[in-house]
Structure formats: C-alpha cells, structure tokens
Design a binder for this molecule. Structure first.
Ligand code: SF4
Length: 266
C-alpha cells in the first residue's frame, strides 16, 4: 500500500505533527468542517464547460456561450444564486475572455498524482487543479476561488502547494510548473506565484522527515502557536490542555510501516 499525501496533509504535518497524527493517522475529524458551497461548485463546473466544450476553431468566444454553460450548471440553485453566479461569470467573461484569442487548456478540473520513494517507503502525492494552461517554458496551474471573502493562503501553504504540483506535473507531463495563480472569481483578481525547483526540494525534505517518523514510530510531537486557537483537537492535546481527554473509541489504528509498500533499496 502506498502512503497518500497532499499539500494540505504536508502543511498540517509541518505546522503540528500531533494534529497530523490525530487527523490522518487516526482519522479523527475536526468539528466545523463543511463541504464546498453549491454556488462555488456550480461556478467551477460552468467554467470547466466554458473551456472544455468550446469548439476552438471558432474565432471568438461569445458571452452567450458563457451564459449557456451557466444555465446548464445552475439548474439546481435557488434563483438568487443563479443571478449571483451569472453576474460573476459575466464579469469573468469581460475580463478574461472578451476580444481575446482563447487558448485550449491542457487539462480541466482534475487530480494529479506523483509517486515518491523515500526511506524505503512509497508515497503517492496528489493535488487537485481547476485548469492547467500550457506554455513553452512551463505549465500554469489556475485555482478558482469563489468565496465571498478574499482570503489569501499563508506563505507556507502556497510553498507546499507549489512544491506538490511541481513534483506531480513533472512526472505526469515531463514539464515543470512555471507558476500557480489564484483567480478570485468575485473580484477578478489574479494573484500569481512563480514556481522554482526549491519548492519541490522543500516538499521532498518534508516527506523525508515524515518517512523517518513512520519508520521509527517516533512521537508525533505537538508544536504550539497561533494556529492552536483554531485547532479542533485542543481537548485531546496535552500541550494546551493540562487534563486532555482520551481519544474517542473506534478510531482507525495508526499506520504501521509494515502495511506500507517498501521499495527496493539496492
Ligand atoms: S492545539 Fe496546537 S499543539 Fe495541540 S494538536 Fe492542535 S495545533 Fe497541535
């Protein structure tokens, strides 16, 4: 069995190994974790349709095409969200599509995986993307953001995401990640981060550290900080709670290296 990793898993691990242990090794869910809002999901689906189904031999992509895609993807939304989504996509059209030669993306709304062998263990590292655009000097990954508040991830999150995508895209397309862009659909703001091989190295260091922990059954030590204020595991955490509760019954057993695929070391 290959050990699954993602940017958010690695980021949790870097921030606090103990919270990683609770969440991923023992499968303890944090309270207050909600699924994606339906308007956001419909916007993502509509944009995938706009780019994915457009016949690219046509000279210019019209607004009517965007409106048609939205109609097809918003059928289950209440009228207020249908109107809100149409307004957001019309803004998107005028900023990013109108009067421009629209390029066919390399891929849309997908999942990408890379494989790593570290410390005789096999890891599968994966991430999601909304759109991949191909350029001669590398790939651009676009991540659509539909939340009302424009929340920028912290530098550590961004670095980890870029490193994971860099590694996975290199394996899948034999092409490096050139940049990652966050596109805020409600405001049209586009924030771009350049990618470098150093991002990949940082991910490799983190995986190597995690692999040692898995190999040697070391303690998953708590690392306290501002992040503890929003941590859902406080009640179980000996670092912030003098009388921590025992973990609930019925959690999955911690992963043992015996169940992970060992790689050949020659
Ligand atoms: S409260 Fe802080 S130290 Fe404890 S598990 Fe959560 S993040 Fe880690």
């Amino acid at each position: 069995m290959s050990y699954p990793l993602s940017a958010s898993r690695l980021q949790t691990y870097q921030r606090c190994p103990q919270s990683y242990y609770f969440r991923y090794e023992r499968g303890l869910k944090q309270p207050g974790f909600f699924g994606a809002a339906s308007l956001g999901t419909a916007l993502h689906q509509a944009l995938a349709k706009v780019y994915g189904d457009w016949p690219y031999q046509q000279p210019e992509l019209p607004l009517a095409w965007v409106q048609r895609c939205w109609q097809e993807c918003s059928a289950s939304l209440p009228p207020s969200q249908v109107a809100e989504g149409r307004h957001i996509l019309e803004g998107y059209y005028h900023q990013f599509l109108a009067g421009q030669a629209v390029r066919k993306p390399l891929a849309l709304e997908g999942r990408i995986q890379g494989h790593l062998q570290v410390e005789n263990l096999e890891f599968t590292i994966s991430g999601r993307y909304d759109r991949l655009d191909y350029f001669e000097d590398g790939i651009e990954l676009i991540d659509y953001k539909s939340a009302k508040e424009m929340h920028l991830p912290d530098a550590q999150t961004i670095d980890m995401q870029i490193g994971v995508y860099f590694l996975a895209l290199e394996q899948r397309y034999h092409q490096s990640l050139k940049q990652m862009s966050l596109l805020f659909l409600r405001t049209g703001e586009l924030i771009t981060y350049l990618a470098t091989p150093a991002h990949k190295e940082r991910v490799l260091d983190s995986v190597s550290d995690l692999a040692k922990k898995l190999q040697n059954d070391q303690d998953w030590e708590p690392i306290t900080g501002k992040h503890c204020d929003r941590c859902g595991y406080r009640r179980y955490c000996k670092a912030v709670n003098p009388n921590p509760e025992p973990l609930p019954e019925g959690l999955k057993a911690a992963c043992s290296t015996g169940s992970l695929q060992l790689t050949l070391s020659l």
